[in-house]
Ligand binder design. Structure first.
Ligand code: 6PG
Length: 272
């Protein structure tokens, strides 16, 4: 089961990032109240990294018990560990290095230099996910999620940016990764966006998350957003397939919302 998309539109990207940060802090605090810990899946791009900066700028940042937050990435560029292209490095610089995270809860996809190929790093990341799932004792939990391609820990909130071509994570239109159903993680070669080698969660792994938040700003994204929300095919429009089990939230600015189908725009209550 996955949740139909809901759309929340903010006037511009800076208001949007502040609103996303406020929601995210609340989500993490609420989840920790429920489970004791919380698991977030991060993304790169200007919205993913901007969100982390906005969380750090918020006075409520310290309301989260960061020592009990599990951190994963939805995708990573397969480059050297010290490359400024690494989503992990950008996230550390934007926020993570300033938080009292437990290093054992921060799960980093492998880099070039550590693994020969993106496929090897993807297999290692899938193993990290399987180990975390085992630690959570999710055998019964997995049994109740037969649509999943392999063992996965509980993801509470998974963040995604959307490319102008409607890619999410490193799942690009018409490429092998977006068609993958048998694995939790894939290596991606010949990405249309540089760098060419990447590691990505697959769509079934993304859809295992309780909540999936799509973070999108800018008029160059309006076409992709419109197609995704109109229910286009997932192979052509990967963003159309990204959904959470309980909630799928599109957090977008007015420019990116220009082509949102009218039935998804919030209606004003009828006046009495
Ligand atoms: C990458 C980027 C990319 C990005 C989207 C959305 O790996 O090349 O991370 O996938 O997340 O294109 O980008 P924005 O957040 O900048 O809109």
């Amino acid at each position: 089961m996955s949740a139909d998309p809901r759309v929340s539109i903010h006037p511009d990207s800076s208001v949007l990032l502040a609103a996303i940060a406020a929601r995210l802090i609340t989500k993490l605090v609420d989840t920790q109240d429920k489970y004791g810990d919380a698991t977030i899946v991060l993304t790169g791009g200007s919205m993913g990294i901007g969100t982390l900066r906005a969380v750090g700028d918020s006075p409520a940042c310290a309301a989260v018990d960061w020592s009990k937050v599990n951190v994963w990435w939805g995708d990573e560029r397969f480059v050297e560990a010290g490359s400024p292209d690494r989503n992990v490095l950008q996230a550390r610089q934007a926020l993570l290095d300033r938080l009292p995270l437990d290093p054992a809860r921060v799960h980093v996809p492998g880099a070039a230099g550590e693994f020969a190929t993106a496929d090897d790093a993807a297999a290692d990341y899938a193993r990290q996910l399987a180990d975390a799932a085992a630690r959570e004792h999710v055998a019964d939990y997995s049994d109740s999620r037969p649509d999943e391609p392999g063992p996965l820990p509980r993801f509470d909130v998974l963040l995604l940016g959307v490319g102008p071509d409607a890619h999410v994570a490193s799942l690009f239109p018409e490429m092998a990764g977006i068609r993958e159903t048998g694995r939790t993680v894939v290596g991606v070669e010949n990405s249309p966006k540089p760098p060419p080698s990447r590691i990505s969660l697959t769509l079934p792994a993304i859809k295992s998350s309780g909540e999936v938040w799509m973070l999108v700003a800018g008029e160059d994204k309006a076409g992709a957003v419109g197609l995704a929300l109109a229910g286009a095919g997932t192979v052509q429009v990967p963003a159309a397939g990204a959904r959470g089990r309980d909630r799928t939230l599109w957090l977008i600015d007015a420019a990116a919302a220009a082509k949102v189908p009218g039935n998804l725009l919030r209606k004003e209550p009828a006046s009495a």
